[in-house]
Design a protein around this ligand. Structure first.
Ligand code: G3I
Length: 360
C-alpha cells in the first residue's frame, strides 16, 4: 500500500512537470535537436568522398591479402590496365572481354564503384596494333573510334558508372598531343569521343583525365580551357581527372591551385591516380625513414583536405594508383608511393587521409 502511494505520487509529479513544460513550449520556438554528423571514420571505406584504388584481375584472383585489403578499405575501383584499348581490341570488332568482365563482376559482388580507364589514349597501351596500321579517310577513322567506344561502353552500360573518355590529351607545353586520333580526325576527336560515349550510355559520368597539371601551368591552362570549351559547346563531359602522380618534393600550393582552378569549371573532380614518391631521384640503395613517411603523409592528407574544400557535388573521388607498395608501377625505381606498405600494413599516409576526413 505504501509502495502504491509512492508510485502514485511519482506519476503525479511527472504529469505535472510535463504539463508545465507544455505550457512553456506554447510560447517558445521549438528547436530540433542537433545531431552531430558522424565524422570519426576509422577506414577509408567510410570516407565521405569515395576512396578507390587501381587494381588488376590477376592478383584479385590469386592474392588473398591484396583482395581483402581492397575489399576492406575501398569503395571504388579503377582497372589499372585491362580496360585499355590495346588490351581489349584484338582487331576490328574483335574483343577480349574476360578480364573486363571479371572486374565488373568483382565490383558488383563487392558493392564497389568501378571507373573505366580509358576509352581513348595516345600511348601504345591505348592504340591497338591494328589501329596503328589502319589506313582510311577521316570518316573511316571516326567510324572505327565510334565502333570501339560504343561497343565497350554499351557492353557495360549501367554497370560501369564512369569513364575516362580521353586520357592525357596534352603535351607538357599545353599543346594538344599529335596522337593518331588527332592526326586522322583533327582536334574534334575529343568532342566526338565524348558524344559517342554519351550515346552508348547517357547515364555514364564522363571524364577527361590528365597528368602533370600540378607542375605544368601551360598544361593546366590548356586543360581548363578545353574543359570550359566542351561545357560551353554542350559536349557531354561531366568531370576532370587529375592524376597526381606526385612526390614529396612537389609544392602543396600547386596542388591546391590545380584542384580549385579545375573546380571553377563546376565539373566533378576525380583525383584519379594519386601516388606520392618518397624517392623521386631514384636513389639506390634506398632507405625509408620516418621523416620521409611523414612528408608523404603530409601530401596525402593535404590533397584530401583540399578535396573537402570544393563543393560536395564535385567531389567525385580520390583514387590511388595501386593498393600497396608491393604492386606500385614505381616499385622498381625503387619507390614506396602508396598508402599500404609491402606487407599491406597501413602507412602514416593512410592515417593522414583518415585525419583529414575527421577534420583533425
Ligand atoms: O602483363 C605483362 C606481363 O605479362 C609481361 O610479362 C610484362 C613484361 O614487360 O609486361 C606486363 O604488362 C605490363 C603492364 O604494365 C602490367 O605490369 C606492360 O608491359 C606495361 O606497359 C604496363 O604498364 C602500365 C602503363 O600504364 C602502360 O599501360 C602500368 O602498369 C600502369 O600503371 C600505367 O598506368 C598509367 C595510366 O594508365 C595512365 N596514367 C599514367 C599511369 C602510369 O604510367
Amino acid at each position: 500500500m505504501k509502495n502504491k502511494l509512492l508510485i502514485s505520487a511519482l506519476v503525479l509529479t511527472i504529469l505535472v512537470s510535463c504539463t508545465s513544460d507544455k505550457s512553456n513550449s506554447d510560447t517558445d520556438i521549438v528547436v530540433p535537436p542537433v545531431i552531430p554528423p558522424v565524422i570519426n571514420i576509422t577506414s577509408l571505406k567510410q570516407a565521405s568522398i569515395p576512396f578507390g584504388v587501381a587494381c588488376s584481375p590477376s592478383p584479385l584472383k590469386t592474392d588473398a591479402l591484396y583482395r581483402e585489403t581492397i575489399i576492406n578499405h575501398t569503395s571504388s575501383l579503377t582497372a589499372e590496365n585491362c580496360f585499355k584499348p590495346a588490351r581489349i581490341s584484338l582487331g576490328r570488332k574483335q574483343y577480349f572481354w574476360d578480364d573486363c568482365d571479371y572486374m565488373v563482376n568483382f565490383a558488383i559482388q563487392n558493392n564497389l564503384r568501378l571507373h573505366g580507364h580509358t576509352l581513348n589514349w595516345y600511348s601504345a597501351s591505348g592504340v591497338p596494333t591494328w589501329v596503328s596500321n589502319f589506313v582510311g579517310t577521316k570518316e573511316e577513322w571516326i567510324l572505327i573510334m565510334k565502333e570501339y567506344i560504343q561497343d565497350v561502353v554499351g557492353r557495360y552500360k549501367g554497370k560501369i558508372k564512369s569513364w575516362d573518355v580521353v586520357n592525357e590529351p596534352f603535351e607538357t607545353t599545353g599543346v594538344l598531343r599529335n596522337s593518331i586520333w588527332k592526326q586522322n580526325i583533327g582536334d574534334e576527336y575529343i568532342d566526338l569521343a565524348f558524344q559517342f560515349a554519351h550515346e552508348a550510355d547517357p547515364e555514364a559520368i564522363l571524364f577527361i583525365n590528365e597528368f602533370g597539371t600540378e607542375y605544368s601551368i601551360p598544361k593546366r591552362t590548356a586543360l581548363l580551357n578545353l574543359s570550359n570549351r566542351l561545357v560551353a559547346s554542350n559536349i557531354p563531359i561531366n568531370g576532370i581527372g587529375l592524376q597526381f602522380h606526385t612526390s614529396i618534393s612537389r609544392s602543396e600550393i600547386d596542388i591546391r591551385t590545380t584542384i580549385h582552378t579545375m573546380a571553377s569549371t563546376k565539373l566533378k573532380i576525380h583525383i584519379s591516380e594519386l601516388d606520392v614518391e618518397i624517392n623521386p631521384s631514384n636513389v639506390k640503395p634506398f632507405v625509408i625513414t620516418d621523416a620521409l613517411l611523414l612528408s608523404q603523409k603530409r601530401i596525402y592528407s593535404y590533397v584530401t583536405k583540399v578535396m573537402l574544400e570544393i563543393p560536395k557535388n564535385q567531389q567525385f573521388g580520390i583514387t590511388t594508383w595501386g593498393i600497396s607498395d608491393a604492386v606500385s608501377w614505381k616499385k622498381n625505381d625503387p619507390d614506396f608511393p602508396l598508402l599500404f606498405d609491402l606487407a599491406y600494413k597501413p602507412k602514416p599516409a593512410y592515417y593522414g587521409m583518415i585525419d583529414s576526413f575527421n577534420q583533425k
